[in-house]
Design a protein around this ligand. Structure first.
Ligand code: NGF
Length: 288
């Protein structure tokens, strides 16, 4: 379960329906071209919070069918509707996903006891291992070292996808829980997190830049920091341009230029203007 995991995109058509052929091509591109170690399915990058339960299930099915046992698969099942979270967790487990993951419950200001109950409830109903998905910038939910420790007391919780620029907490977590899996999750901070000995990373830009993420991670593990820094620099030039142009839309546009039918993003995400499509082309030509 260690290494570079792509936070997988999904291809949608103009009606917001899943483009199965396109999704299969995205899976193949990640496995065959970028050679990532795993796929994180139905995360933020997969536009999970914009789609129906049936669509989430169908994406789990298609990805598993395409990837088979070639890479590790993590299914993000988190939902404010706890019955949906349990249903998706059971569904992905039946499909033999290697692990499930759930975003911390958001929107309402849940206290820590409620958050803990959410994870324990999902896990009481499913025979699988869980990776907490912590992304305070989007959920507004921050947890401290002791709270992560309390969640980790449940042995089925095997790790955390740590999407925050808090390197103090990351170091404390690494030190306190050497047996748990820690995935860093801001791609632009991959080297800094790798130096702190995270077990892997999960990221959106790996859909097009997974090969460089692998290099950064492996070089850092070998102590080749200067070489890793060079690749992180190019990576961050790329990420800065992608962020400026529109994150998920630009990644999809770049995938299309690579021959992958990545479709468009679901509403309310907007589509790229002609000018931004041209800019995406320039980004691809410059960096990929
Ligand atoms: O897209 C976001 C939103 N974060 C992703 C990643 O943390 C999301 C990150 O790769 C993810 O893993 C998921 O799909 O669930 C950034 O897009 C990237 O570092 C550029 O800033 O914060």
């Amino acid at each position: 379960m260690k290494g570079i995991f792509t936070a997988l995109m999904c291809s949608f058509d103009e009606k917001g329906q899943i483009n199965e052929k396109g999704l299969r091509e995205i899976v193949r591109y990640n496995i065959d071209q970028s050679k990532v170690d795993g796929l994180y399915v139905n995360g933020s990058t997969g536009e999970n919070f914009l789609i129906s339960t049936e669509q989430k299930k169908r994406i789990f099915e298609i990805v598993k069918d395409e990837a088979k046992e070639q890479v590790k698969l993590i299914a993000q099942v988190g939902s404010l509707n706890i019955e949906e979270a349990v249903e998706l967790a059971q569904f992905a487990t039946d499909l033999k996903y290697d692990a499930i993951s759930a975003v911390t419950p958001f929107y309402y200001k849940f206290d820590f006891e409620e958050i803990k109950d959410y994870y324990n409830t999902i896990l009481e109903n499913v025979d699988n291992q869980m990776i907490i998905y912590s992304i305070p910038a989007l959920t507004g939910v921050s947890m401290n070292l002791d709270q992560f420790g309390e969640l980790f007391e449940n042995e089925k919780i095997i790790g955390v996808k740590f999407t925050a620029p808090d390197f103090f907490l990351l170091e404390r977590l690494r030190h306190a829980y050497p047996e748990k899996l820690i995935y860093s999750s801001f791609d632009e901070m991959l080297l800094s997190a790798s130096v702190l000995n995270v077990d892997g990373a999960i990221g959106s830009t790996f859909n097009v830049n997974g090969h460089r993420a692998k290099q950064i991670f492996e070089l850092a593990q070998n102590g080749q920091i200067a070489e890793a820094r060079e690749i992180q620099k190019v990576t961050n030039d790329l990420i800065a341009d992608i962020l400026e142009n529109g994150l998920y839309q630009t990644i999809k546009e770049i995938l299309k230029l690579k021959g992958v039918d990545a479709g468009i993003c679901r509403k309310p995400m907007k589509t790229l203007t002609d000018e931004k499509i041209e800019k995406a082309k320039q980004i691809a030509e410059r960096y990929l």
